[in-house]
Design a protein around this ligand. Structure first.
Ligand code: PLP
Ligand code: COI
Length: 352
């Protein structure tokens, strides 16, 4: 499919002058255009780029009834010369297809994804923020447009890539509650996929945590609730003494691109790193005896977000504020690579 020839329908009037690029929220101001591609008659059709606008769907579309919906989260950055950069974008495309497989959604061709995304970024180039700490958040998603109340996969789907110039995901300190009751995912389930329903299922327990004064839930394993697994939209890292620890990925945990980048950078910086199961008991014990130095979440939206404290079984534990934290060092290294302020020995950066 020739993406170079895709039809681009431009907005009559851009909304960009209404946007305060110095005070960007996260993910709630949208760029002028979307990339859109429909799957009908057993294949993905010629895509197009068109104005960001509401879409009409049949009330019997299966997205509404059976939640066949997946998404990705990625970012575009500007470097100081004005180049547009992506970070490991093929990994997002491959994970989208991994999610698609699990939700019985057809695979989206990699080449079409990459060239469509690049074309969209050319069309909405002015929307990519330049201010430090801001970026263009990119949200590719696929959902079932095919109709019918029969509980079976749809015969039609839509892929959209929409973008949102965005600032930080978390406004202030991040305080988390370690979950003892609810579960985000189970063995054999869809936890490793970026399925919309995974997030819907987290909202209620997270609301309960917010009512208690926390920002986010730390999910534990569904079987025993004794092991720390991940946060709502982030993978989780714990530093005990000098060792950085994160849980291994599994059926239940999203294989985060930020997580695996951090592991690589930490290894190459000679930080002691362990990928192993982490018990809640050892984290509580480490908090009590002072060996728990840091906890942080890692993800595209949240980048690296230090955790200031956690709650568990009605007790609160504070974490120290460190001058030279692993979180700040790793965040600087990863964002410097993303924004072309340093060499990229890994080939992660992709010029658009
Ligand atoms: N875990 C969950 C549940 C997520 O939604 C995300 C966000 O994408 C992550 C982890 C981090 O993944 P990544 O670093 O690829 O953005
Ligand atoms: C991301 O980090 O890109 C995510 O997808 C998290 C999202 C749920 C806000």
């Amino acid at each position: 499919m020739q993406v170079a020839n895709i039809k681009v329908e431009r907005v009559k009037e851009s909304k960009i002058t209404q946007v305060d690029f110095d005070n960007l929220p996260f993910g709630s101001v949208y760029s002028d255009h979307i990339f859109e591609c429909d799957f009908v008659d057993g294949q993905w059709q010629t895509p197009n780029i068109k104005p960001f606008a509401p879409i009409a769907l049949d009330p019997s579309a299966k997205i509404f009834h059976y939640g066949q919906s997946i998404f990705e989260g990625m970012k575009a950055y500007k470097d100081q010369k004005g180049n547009t950069l992506l970070f490991r974008p093929l990994d997002n495309c491959r994970r989208l297809n991994k999610s698609a497989e699990r939700l019985a959604i057809p695979q989206f061709p990699e080449e079409l994804f990459m060239s469509g995304l690049k074309k969209l970024l050319e069309v909405d180039n002015q929307w990519i923020p330049t201010k430090e700490g801001s970026s263009l958040y990119i949200r590719p998603f696929i959902f079932a447009t095919g109709t019918g109340f029969h509980a079976s996969p749809a015969n039609a789907y839509k892929l959209i890539i929409a973008t949102a110039p965005s600032g930080a995901y978390f406004a202030g300190k991040v305080k988390v509650l370690i979950e003892e009751n609810y579960s985000r995912a189970a063995n054999g389930g869809v936890g490793y996929a970026k399925a919309g329903g995974n997030y819907a299922g987290q909202f209620y327990p997270t609301q309960l945590a917010i009512e208690k004064g926390y920002n986010q839930v730390i999910w534990t394993d569904d079987n025993t609730h004794e092991y720390i697994e991940e946060a709502g939209a982030m993978n989780i890292f714990v530093r005990i003494n000098d060792t950085l620890i994160t849980s291994p990925t599994s059926d239940r945990i999203l294989d985060g691109i930020t997580r695996k980048s951090i592991l690589q950078i930490a290894k190459d910086s000679n930080l002691p790193v362990e990928v192993r199961k982490i018990t809640v008991a050892e984290v509580v014990e480490a908090a009590k005896n002072g060996s728990l130095k840091e906890m942080f979440g890692a993800g595209t939206a949240a980048v690296i977000s230090p955790i200031s404290g956690f709650g568990y079984k009605e007790n609160d534990y504070e974490l120290p504020e460190l001058e030279n934290s692993y979180a700040s060092k790793l965040k600087k290294t990863i964002t410097d690579i993303q924004t072309n302020k340093t060499e990229d020995p890994y080939g992660w950066r992709v010029l658009v």
